[in-house]
Design a protein around this ligand. Structure first.
Ligand code: DGJ
Length: 723
């Protein structure tokens, strides 16, 4: 809902609200646009009296040049060289948009024909407010933008903590939590292609001291952008922590031509007084309803061939894997890397990207034979591509050396395999080519259900062979505009195709790509223990439906850790379940365990994939255990996960209390994936939601199995059904 309260000035206050949150601006005509409040939903009386109470009173979109030393959201060098910008409110436009509201606060420079629309958008069913800006140059000549953040938010100074995700390849989405201290906290990405390995463009601010999962006031912010970003919080000498988020301006100054409009990516804001889990639920619901491709469609259970066979692709092997996953109840098979390359067969990772013809030595019947095999096994077929890339050893590069990213006069810098290169998506011919990669595969085999879209390199050398010499600083931005154009075309023609975003594992876990992609690969690391941490971090912002989470072999291929299958299953079942293993190397007993798990996952899939998350015990709290649960919004079903993280004799683990249930309803508890020789004491027992949330259940620290099968791992999955 959005209301404009007309104050003394012509426009006065603008109250942008969702059912539980409010954002209030002072948009008085001819004055600077001021941010007065963001947080819990306010009554109109409170809105009216905000200023008297003492409000933020900070410029909502501060521009450089007329306000001293403060950090700014926008910096412009005007066509005559003037580096200052002075924006005042010109008018306020409010319209209906898809059941929600769109508010455009139109600002204009006091002197120059230079305009900025500061935009806010709400949805009818979501607690998220999106903000972005539209920067328009009506001067006669180009201006240069050197800062162009999507949004700014002041946070009242206090014991405010920031929670954010950092990491690396195979160690993505690690949680960092720290109090905001004087000085600048900067979170950034400059990879050019993949933007969530080393840092994430989403953060939470806990306003009441040390972050808590299920209580306390928390603001969440997610920048919806696929490219380089910068998030910064300046704790200066004012009463505010000043938060900015947007496209990373470093090496990206933008010449805005006369009449051109520069639209920044959306910054999604949300607020909850139910702790960090509350903010996660807000993001997840908004994501599923508005920001993730097919967010309302259950994900299939798949087998991916990568860790099972790597580059060793052949028809018989694919047929065997398809048969095996089908026999376990799986619904989809995905052939990963290694299927293409005619002149340069893709036997390893150093050639053939760009040459998307089938290697008939490996696959004589082509892709269509595989699609047919999948059909015969009663499952669907998916295929891997890495369309933004090429290798120096490829027919594509031989034909189009001008299509790769590289600086004039310099040799290209290569990546994976010593030969990989990034194609220049700022070039429309490259965009057409990338579209045709998908289009050709899908035209030849319209039955293909799923594409794994990989991207395994950064922009290692700044330079576009397409962009003009005075627009070289547009490269990072134009790359992602090109990427967006290609994705739009693909989605227009193939709206139902399932597409996974993979970028050396979890390099594209962000809301900038999810409108076109159904899910992402959380990490190339499939080790179940490390996955508890990585999936925990990822869950702060992204729902389980987006998290590719696969059962893989033991010892694990990345960590060499040997974890029992039961634990590997229990971890994978908390995301979008899949398998990434050679089934023919599994024992009959292991196959049976997986078959049962798949059947049980089908039962809980709606709860996991569409439910509300409640994180209970964090692996980062070092209590020896991690636990979370998903509950349906109706609170009639829930799934509880408990993973032991370390093992000592006579250790003490916390008894975990549940959350998210209806205190006044009774729930029957059933264990899934049971391996114990006897049921848990509470198997089939009925408890009130109140009891479970106040006392929890005593979970045994070990499994009751034959002596020779005992090991140091323990995990439980409990299904709760309201009676
Ligand atoms: C990197 C991905 O992250 C892996 O899952 C796999 O698809 C390989 N690329 C294939 O080369």
């Amino acid at each position: 809902m959005l209301a404009v309260c007309f104050g003394a000035a012509a426009y006065g206050q603008v109250h942008i609200s969702t059912s539980r949150t409010s954002l209030v601006l002072d948009a008085s005509e001819g004055q600077k646009l001021m941010m007065l409040y963001y947080g819990d939903r306010l009554s109109e009386d409170d809105v009216r009296n905000l200023k008297a109470a003492g409000a933020f009173n900070a410029e909502a979109y501060p521009a450089y040049g007329m306000s001293g030393a403060s950090e700014t959201a926008l910096a412009v060098t005007h066509s005559d060289g003037n580096m200052s910008t002075d924006l005042i409110v010109d008018n306020v436009e409010i319209s209906d948009k898809d059941g929600g509201k769109l508010a455009k606060i139109c600002l204009k420079d006091k002197v120059y024909p230079f305009y900025v629309n500061v935009c806010y958008r709400t949805y009818p069913d979501s607690e998220v407010i999106e903000t972005w800006s539209e920067i328009e140059n009506r001067e006669k000549k180009p201006v240069v933008l050197t800062e162009f953040y999507s949004g700014f938010l002041p946070l009242r100074r206090g014991d405010v903590w920031i929670s954010h995700l950092y990491g690396s390849w195979a160690n993505e989405a690690k949680l960092a939590q720290e109090p905001l201290m004087p000085g600048m906290k900067v979170i950034k990405n400059k990879d050019g292609v993949r933007n969530s390995h080393t840092a994430h463009s989403e953060v939470m601010f806990s306003l009441d001291g040390k972050p808590m999962e299920n209580s306390g006031r928390v603001i969440g912010a997610a920048l919806c952008y696929s490219g380089n970003y910068e998030l910064k919080v300046d704790t200066d000498d004012s009463e505010y922590h000043r938060f900015f988020a947007g496209i990373n301006p470093d090496n990206s100054s933008y010449r805005l031509a006369s009449k051109e409009v520069f639209k920044t990516p959306e910054l999604a804001l949300t607020y909850s007084d139910e702790g960090m889990s509350g903010v996660s639920r807000n993001f997840h619901r908004w994501g599923r309803n508005h920001r993730i491709a097919h967010g309302d469609v259950p994900r299939k259970i798949l087998l991916n061939s990568w860790e099972g066979v790597y580059f060793d692709i052949n028809e018989a092997g694919m047929d065997q894997m398809m048969g095996d996953i089908a026999s376990m109840g799986g619904e989809l098979f995905v052939m990963d890397d290694g299927w293409f390359g005619v002149k340069y067969p893709r036997l390893t990772d150093n050639c053939a990207l760009g040459d998307w013809g089938v290697d008939r030595n490996k696959l004589p019947g082509g892709v269509s034979a595989l699609v047919k095999m999948a059909e015969d096994h009663g499952i669907r077929f998916g295929i891997w591509i890495e369309p933004e890339m090429t290798n120096t050893v490829s027919e594509l590069y031989e034909k189009h050396p001008d299509w790769v990213i590289k600086a004039p006069k310099r040799e290209p810098v290569t990546g994976r395999g010593g030969t990989q290169l990034v194609l220049d998506l700022s070039n429309p011919e490259v965009q057409d080519f990338i579209f045709s990669v998908v289009d050709d595969i899908m035209t030849a085999n319209p039955e293909i259900d799923y594409i794994k879209w990989d991207a395994n390199m950064n922009i290692a050398n700044h330079g576009s062979q397409y962009l003009a010499s005075d627009n070289q600083s547009h490269l990072y931005i134009e790359y992602h505009r090109g990427f967006a154009k290609v994705c739009d075309r693909i989605r227009a023609k193939y709206p139902d195709l399932v597409i996974q975003a993979c970028a050396s594992g979890g390099g594209r876990a962000n809301y900038g790509v999810l409108p076109w992609f159904d899910e992402f690969w959380v990490s190339d690391n499939t080790d179940a223990l490390q996955r508890v941490y990585m999936q925990w971090g990822t869950s702060y912002f992204f729902p389980a439906i987006t998290m590719g989470s696969h059962i893989s072999a033991a010892p694990n291929h990345q960590t060499s850790r040997t974890i029992p299958l039961k634990y590997r299953i229990d971890v994978a079942m908390s995301g979008r379940l899949g398998m990434e293993i050679q089934p023919k190397n599994m024992t009959q007993e292991e196959i049976t365990l997986c078959r049962n798990a798949i059947a049980q996952y089908k039962q809980i899939r709606p709860v996991v994939q569409f439910g509300d998350i409640y994180r209970l015990v964090s692996p980062y709290d070092n209590l020896g255990v991690a636990s979370l649960m998903y509950c349906t919004p109706e609170k009639d079903e829930a799934v509880f996960y408990w993973w032991k993280l370390e093992h000592f004799c006579n250790q003490h683990l916390p008894r975990v209390t549940m959350a998210g249930l209806d205190p006044d309803r009774n729930y029957k508890v059933v264990e899934l994936n049971r391996i114990d020789s006897e049921p848990l004491p509470f198997e089939g027992a009925v408890f009130s939601g109140r009891f479970l949330m106040e006392n929890g259940l005593e979970i045994p620290y070990t499994h009751k199995v034959d002596y020779h099968r005992q090991n140091d791992w323990a995990s439980r999955v409990l299904y709760l059904e309201a009676l």
